[in-house]
Design a protein. Structure first.
Length: 102
């Protein structure tokens, strides 16, 4: 059985304050949606209503992911290429993209 390796690094990204605020606010809204779904399940709400809310959360998470992926490509990967570390950055980017395509 093939075990997928987790890629975590100690690298930091310096996001613009407005970008960080926007991402944080989106994630807080998603967190609220998840709590709402938890309450819906606890309250035995209709399955279709719960599924619709789950779909909305998945769409919101995809939006956050794509925003981060775009930012990473435009800044981190671009900087790595300029600094001669492009192959490693592109390989890492491709690994992340492959995770989203599964």
């Amino acid at each position: 059985m093939h075990k997928q390796q987790s890629v975590t690094t100690e690298q930091k990204t310096h996001r613009h304050h407005d970008e960080k605020t926007s991402l944080t606010n989106r994630l807080k809204r998603i967190e609220g949606q998840v709590r709402g779904i938890q309450k819906m399940v606890e309250d035995d709400r209709y399955c279709v209503d719960v599924l619709i809310q789950l779909s909305a959360i998945q769409a919101a998470l995809r939006k956050v992911s794509m925003t981060l992926l775009e930012d990473h490509s435009k800044h981190c990967v671009s900087d790595a290429i300029k600094n001669g570390n492009g192959d490693e950055a592109i390989a890492e980017l491709m690994d992340v993209i492959s995770r989203f395509s599964k």
